[in-house]
Design a protein around this ligand. Structure first.
Ligand code: SF4
Ligand code: SF4
Length: 578
């Protein structure tokens, strides 16, 4: 049956059709929907893992046991999973193992723009790169075949535009594929003696894969009518095709290892060949390393952000592509903000009022605390980094500098726990604030071990963060209600003055989560009582805007009550003025 499918859903469909039995992930835009969609298939065991390293380890175990497995993550997640990846490249697999990694050129929702192909090359594993949803399905199946034929994990590299665009696919039935488990310590126990011989195997495997790539159907030449030639892959292929429908194109479906003879033959037919790829000059450098010099790459194409057909046309011939329509109006720029009713707002309001404190932040919704009106964050590096960085800053100042580490519940479970262990073990003096909204908010409400629900929404054991922090050796562990602004100011100041590692868990579920029901008692401003001091505006709630005086939009208000707590003149209440 033909239908329109999002790239990520197509990867999920490909897994279903390929007989995948196990799917694991940690949510991360733009990869999250792959695993959410797989969770709809009863035939596939599916889980959110606490982080990408664990997710990959679960998938490796399943593959070695003989069940096709997929592990999905965003590009920065592959850094976390790099440790098992590099050694799984040595052990190889049994049933196929696919690692879907979604890169984010343009950093729509990421802290950097790294290129997964570089890590794959370093780990010596093959990479497939689909250019549309149908290829997402097809390449999943090809990926499993390659994985099993060559005894290797395979990376399926997506980028945001492929992962989040819809195109037509043909759905086919599922085929069950099963392998038997066989104990083999020479292959699966990577002690030095075994690892040395497996490294020899990995190098031989790479050579065989390179040979295989020469005849692999997804590396193909599309003939043109005009003497202009491109080598490209993934979404960049679509842009090239739109800008130059009559060009010669060598479209690479497998982008590592590369088909050297095919590329040499192609390049020998043209005076110059444009290599079009987003992010790093990965193809370009590896093609140049083949001794091919008539290629044009990053000297005209940019190293950062996303490409477009127009950009390619402009770079090649300083010409704009004709677009069928143009939007005349330009939208005013809008900074991202915390949602109305967000419990994090109360904490950042309090933190913004503390003097002489350094606040190390982390990855999640609460990163928005760095922006106006709070400006209550000094750093944000990677998942789980806030606690270690706070400890580092405190130590570097001989404990004279007050430091607060902010982290979310999901991120705490992901990689914050080792940071606390380190800080306690090394006698740190920091305050850790876990902003617990009982979900993974930024990626769209995924569950994690501290929510008490699985990816299928079934109740499960709920990790107790309070008990855990006490067991880790923190001197004080307190739960607070983030909406109680006045009492929280004093509480946080008191805890900050205590020696040792203190933890405050600011606990209130995300107000937009379907699982949690709130009594809606919207707030209104009584203009008679309002002194126009505008303190309520410093909460940064999108429901409060300034006319002559601040006004609350009842359509946006989620009734958290924080503005009522902040107003010193009793002008805000749930009673609408008459
Ligand atoms: S904080 Fe109260 S008094 Fe001040 S502007 Fe807002 S509603 Fe008016
Ligand atoms: S207007 Fe006030 S009560 Fe409503 S969501 Fe914003 S801060 Fe909360």
């Amino acid at each position: 049956m033909k239908k329109l499918l999002l790239g990520n859903y197509a990867v999920a469909r490909g897994c279903y059709e390929a007989g995948v039995k196990v799917a694991t992930a940690y949510p991360g835009t733009p990869s999250t929907e792959i695993t959410e969609a797989i969770a709809q298939y009863d035939e596939i065991y599916c889980e959110w893992a606490p982080n990408e390293k664990v997710a990959l380890e679960v998938a490796i175990g399943a593959a070695i046991y003989g069940k096709r497995a997929i592990c999905s993550m965003k590009h920065v997640g592959l850094n976390v999973a790099a440790d098992p990846l590099f050694t799984a490249s040595y052990t190889g697999i049994n049933a196929g193992l696919l690692i879907a990694v979604a890169d984010d050129p343009g950093m729509h929702s990421s802290q950097n723009e790294q290129d997964t192909r570089n890590i794959a090359k370093a780990a010596k594993v093959p990479v497939l790169e689909p250019a549309d949803s149908q290829e997402c399905i097809d390449f999943v199946k090809i990926g499993f075949e390659i994985s099993e034929k060559f005894d290797t994990p395979v990376i399926l590299r997506l980028t945001t535009r492929v992962a989040h665009s819809q195109s037509v696919v043909e759905e086919r039935p599922r085929e069950e594929v099963l392998f038997k488990y066989k104990k083999d310590i020479q292959k699966y126990v990577m002690m030095p003696a075994m690892a040395r011989s497996r490294h020899e195997f990995v190098e031989r495997r790479l050579k065989s894969l390179k040979e295989f790539s020469e005849t692999l159907g997804i590396n193909k030449i599309e003939q043109g009518t005009r003497k202009i030639a491109f080598i490209t892959s993934g979404i960049a292929y679509q842009y090239v095709r739109e800008a130059y429908p009559d060009a010669w194109v060598l479209k690479l479906g497998m982008v590592w290892p590369l088909p050297e003879r095919l590329i040499k033959d192609f390049c020998s037919q043209f005076e110059k060949v444009y290599v079009v790829e987003e992010l790093d000059p990965f193809l370009e450098e590896n093609i140049k390393a083949m001794g091919i010099n008539n290629i044009v790459g990053k000297e005209i194409f940019k190293l950062t952000g996303e490409y477009s057909p127009s950009f390619i046309k402009r770079a090649v011939e300083n010409n704009e592509i004709e677009v069928p329509y143009k939007v005349k109006q330009t939208l005013p720029p809008r900074l991202p903000v915390l949602c109305p009713g967000c419990p994090h707002r109360g904490i950042f309001y309090v933190l913004s009022r503390l003097k002489d404190v350094i606040i190390t932040g982390d990855i999640g919704c609460y990163t928005l605390g760095a922006l106006s009106p709070f400006n209550a964050m000094d750093s944000c590096v990677c998942m789980g980094a806030s606690i270690g960085m706070a400890h580092g800053i405190s130590n570097a100042s001989d404990k004279k500098q007050k430091v607060i580490a902010v982290i979310g519940d999901s991120t705490f479970v992901h990689s914050g726990i080792p940071g606390i262990i380190d800080a306690v073990y090394n006698g740190s003096d920091i305050l850790v604030m876990i902003l617990d909204n009982s979900t993974t908010g930024m990626t769209g409400h995924q569950d994690h071990p501290a929510t008490g629900y699985t990816i299928k929404g079934e109740p499960t054991y709920k990790l107790d963060i309070v008990s855990l922090c006490k067991a880790l050796g923190c001197v004080a562990v307190e739960e607070i209600n983030p909406y109680k602004i006045k009492e929280n100011v004093e509480k946080i100041k008191q805890l900050l003055d205590l020696p040792g590692v203190k933890v405050v868990i600011a606990k209130a579920p995300c107000r937009l989560h379907r699982r949690y029901k709130f009594t809606i008692s919207k707030r209104y401003i009584d203009f008679e009582k309002c002194k126009n001091c505008r303190l309520c505006l410093s909460l940064g709630c999108p429901a409060i805007s300034l006319k002559d005086k601040p006004t609350i939009d009842a359509n946006l208000c989620l009734a958290c009550g924080m503005c009522e707590d902040v107003c010193k003149f009793g002008a805000i209440s749930s009673q609408k003025e008459q």
